[in-house]
Design a binder for this molecule. Sequence first.
Ligand SMILES: NC(=O)c1ccc[n+]([C@@H]2O[C@H](COP(=O)([O-])OP(=O)(O)OC[C@H]3O[C@@H](n4cnc5c(N)ncnc54)[C@H](OP(=O)(O)O)[C@@H]3O)[C@@H](O)[C@H]2O)c1
Length: 263
Amino acid sequence: MKDFRAIAISGASRGLGAELARRFAGPGVRLLLMARSEAALRQVAADCAARGATAEAVVLDVRDAAAMQAALAAFEVGGPVDLVVANAGTSFGTMPDGRPEAASQAVQQVTVNLVGAMNLVGPVLPGMLARGRGAVALVASVAAFRGLPDCPGYCASKAGLLAWGEALRAAHCRRGIAVTILCPGFFDSAMGDRFLGAKPMAMPLAEAASRAETAIRQGKGRAVFPSTLGWLLRLLALLPAGLGDRAVRVMRFRVRPEEAGPG
Ligand SMILES: NC(=O)c1ccc[n+]([C@@H]2O[C@H](COP(=O)([O-])OP(=O)(O)OC[C@H]3O[C@@H](n4cnc5c(N)ncnc54)[C@H](OP(=O)(O)O)[C@@H]3O)[C@@H](O)[C@H]2O)c1
């Protein structure tokens, strides 16, 4: 099990990112916590400090590459990052009234969920490669495995993140870089609450965070939980297109849009 001393986490103001920040916090650990909601982020930083960590809260949008680069450079003045967790994510989908997701919402999900992760990993990866050590964790989803009719942009963003992460892992694992791609199914969080409809095999936030933490500390290449849901979607992706489409149409749900947030 790996111990990490300097950790950067995006989307740390609530949900999985906040839970992971608290779990990684401890004496001698430095944390860089990033998100847009200042008060919530500061509260998570205070929780981490109470566990003995030094936690810096930086309010930013992961779509802002320059702000991400500046925050990471300032943090690395105190020593190199040894783990980055690209967790920030957003979701849209078919609205409760049945209106399909707009193309602009698909673009927003790809920009936050995929490009935002690239904006986090990009600035630290060259240093990790030069040192011959470092860990990268990417929070994708089981939605990466097969396009689902009610959340096309979300599936695209997570499939892109999975493909990018697999490529990074294959390219750099023999140079001391551990890339862990996390593919959770449904879990309880603000995002989970906005998915309306059946949520098969949903898990509590604490369980999802525990599975994610263990996979990252073990340096696993990929962690899919619950694995049954992951296998099901991967098998559906292997079916002839028409058959697969028919099968996923059973998984209908609605997504309550995020209330106008901090940015
Ligand atoms: N919940 C599920 O069922 C589920 C299932 C599979 C995968 N996931 C993935 O797990 C990750 C965590 O999700 P969660 O359920 O914990 O969601 P959540 O409670 O809604 O938290 C999302 C986090 O991302 C941050 N964020 C969103 N847009 C951002 C932006 N533009 N810039 C910076 N930060 C941003 C939010 O902070 P601010 O709003 O303060 O910026 C928040 O801290 C996401 O990548 C999600 O796609 C979730």
